[in-house]
Ligand binder design. Structure first.
Ligand code: AMP
Ligand code: ZN
Length: 138
């Protein structure tokens, strides 16, 4: 399954170059072309899935397993101080490439780009929180 207009499908097929750090039958992992930090990489399944809603759950589970392995390896090699795994779905959440990917973002104390994930906070009344909790209970 691939989408002929998809830039990550083209990278997977080798039609567009990438700085690949890991590859197996199911995934390709390459450096983000516009990195938030040194070493910022993307885990990309070779099959085209749009997002978290579309991806096969076993593939998603294996992507996270690979995320754990690479976070550990990259932390050792890069000697970073922390690590974010991040995954965006739909434009409203900041997704710009509509082929599922998991961001691997090494974090460094004292680096100039340290507020990349600093969001402001919303406040909800206790009753609203209870309503939200009840509506979300599985
Ligand atoms: P997202 O905003 O979660 O959809 O992330 C898409 C990411 O893909 C961005 O961080 C881009 O910098 C990155 N990106 C886009 N094109 C390329 C490319 N050709 N090679 C590597 N990374 C890319
Ligand atoms: Zn694709």
């Amino acid at each position: 399954m691939r989408d002929s207009n998809c830039i990550f499908c083209k990278i997977v097929a080798g039609e567009i170059p990438s700085n690949t750090i890991y590859e197996d039958e199911e995934f390709k992992v390459f450096l983000d072309i516009s990195p938030a930090t040194k070493g910022h990489a993307l885990i990309v399944p070779k099959q085209h899935y749009k997002d978290i809603y579309d991806i096969d759950e076993e593939v998603a589970a294996r992507a996270m397993k690979l995320g754990k392995k690479l976070a550990t390896h990259m932390t050792e090699v890069l000697a970073c101080d922390g690590f974010n795994l991040m995954q965006n779905n739909n434009e409203a959440a900041g997704q710009t490439v509509f082929h599922f990917h998991l961001h691997l973002i090494p974090r460094y104390l004292g680096s100039k780009n340290n507020d990349i994930l600093n969001w402001s906070h919303e406040t909800f009344m206790a009753e609203e929180m209870a309503e939200i909790r009840d509506s979300l209970a599985l």
